[in-house]
Design a protein around this ligand. Structure first.
Ligand code: FMN
Length: 389
């Protein structure tokens, strides 16, 4: 398949976020009405069929069993575990201290396990181990932009070396049983050069040829890290190029409307909610409602929030023990506080939790009376938001 012509200019930078605003009202209306005709249907990851195409992304430090189970119960059809290092997977013993990262709950299938590493030879055995632990899909991380990760030739570094990246795909595909789908997570390139773009497409095409059944693309470059927007226009052009190959989009999906907007604007097969799902597992049901043409559901009331937060803590305590779950759950409490009408005060109290079980006092103080919740504030509007009527 011929490499698609570069976008002109190849990469325009920050201005892309307001793409539709720049196109004027008529064009924006056209895109929005085309969007309304779109249906969000089934998403297929090879043998894994999902009845809704909005899934929960891999989130290091967050998407453990507790977060994933909550997301599944509240409507996510599929979730991904936080990234795991290949050598960690191979060396970890089934001791409680660190084996929680490979934990899979009975109720959360299908669930994806994501691998990251440098040496292609390690990936196959590590993938086999994840399958033995119960993961239903193996996802390969070619996107992580963290400096230390790049310095060790892992994650996003592979976007600079297609031969190695594709060797990893082949080895994993060969190692796991045929019914286990292999998928890939990429950023849109290492940087904004033509060379980076060429390598992106070499890996993108090669991965499908070697048996990957879906590729998730975060519309930022590795060098961009989180500065500036995710380039949805790139995702749209990529899906046009990909044809029937399954592409999922990522980046700047902070609420349900953004999920719908990306899906429809880019024409992709699925979207992965990441930061927008931390402390807001209702994003999946809300997206489903919008997709069905219903108005945006009210945010969960304080009692509804309390029930979910308490259950999330209970699952985390079960997973890590009451002491060890405190730092992780402090982060979650802070995120959940966004949905409380007095979020600054609630956030402060969650941030002060230092002792096992301290979160119960926060719930008793702030969630004892039922009141309407609020939708989280969205600081970075998505490209379609600028032309919302
Ligand atoms: C705290 C954090 C941890 C992340 N961990 C992972 C990870 O383990 N694997 C992965 O593929 N992406 C990871 N990502 C990237 C997200 O899955 C997603 O692609 C990115 O955040 C863009 O989506 P968003 O702008 O909607 O958050 C992480 C992002 C954040 C903010």
């Amino acid at each position: 398949m011929a490499l698609p012509a570069p976008l002109a200019p190849p990469h325009k930078g920050e201005g892309d976020r307001n793409l539709l605003a720049m196109r004027g009202d008529a064009a924006a209306d056209g895109l929005r009405s085309r969007a309304r005709e779109c249906k969000l249907g089934e998403l297929r990851l090879g043998t894994v069929r999902l009845d809704f195409p909005v899934v929960q992304a891999a989130l290091s430090g967050y998407s453990d069993t507790a977060m994933r189970v909550i997301a599944r119960r509240l409507g996510a059809p599929y979730t991904l575990c936080e990234v795991m290092l290949d050598y960690f997977v191979l060396q970890v013993r089934d001791r409680r201290r660190n084996s929680h990262i490979m934990n899979v709950a009975d109720e959360e299938h299908p669930v994806g396990g994501q691998l990251m590493g440098a040496e292609p030879e390690q990936f196959g055995p590590a993938a086999e181990r994840l399958v033995a632990r119960g993961f239903d899909v193996i996802d390969l991380n070619f996107g992580c932009p963290v400096k230390k990760v790049l310095g060790r030739c892992r994650g996003g570094f592979h976007l600079s070396q297609p031969a190695v990246a594709l060797d990893i795909v082949s080895r994993v595909r060969d190692a796991v049983p045929p019914h286990i789908p292999v998928t890939v997570k990429m950023r849109r390139g290492i940087d904004d050069t033509a060379e980076s773009r060429e390598k992106f497409f070499e890996i993108f095409d090669g991965a499908y040829q070697r048996g990957a059944v879906a590729i998730t693309v975060h519309g930022r470059s590795v060098m961009q890290r989180y500065d500036g927007p995710s380039r949805w226009e790139f995702l749209r052009e990529l899906k046009q190029y990909a044809g029937p190959r399954v592409v999922l989009g990522s980046g700047d999906l902070f609420n349900a409307q953004a999920c719908i907007d990306m899906f429809r604007y880019a024409g992709i097969d699925g979207v992965t909610a990441a930061r927008g799902a931390i402390g807001n597992p209702w994003i999946f049901a809300q997206t489903k409602a919008l997709a069905a043409g219903l108005p945006m559901p009210d945010p969960p009331t304080l009692f509804e929030q309390r029930e979910v937060i308490a259950e999330h803590y209970r699952l985390a305590e079960e997973l890590y023990g009451a002491e060890r779950c405190v730092p992780t759950m402090r982060k979650f409490g802070i995120k959940y506080s966004q949905l409380h009408p007095q979020h600054h005060d609630v956030r402060e109290d969650f941030a002060k939790v230092k002792q096992a079980g301290g979160w119960r006092e926060v719930l008793a103080k702030w969630y004892a009376v039922d009141e309407p919740g609020v939708h989280p504030a969205v600081e970075e509007p998505n490209p379609l938001a600028s032309c919302a009527g």
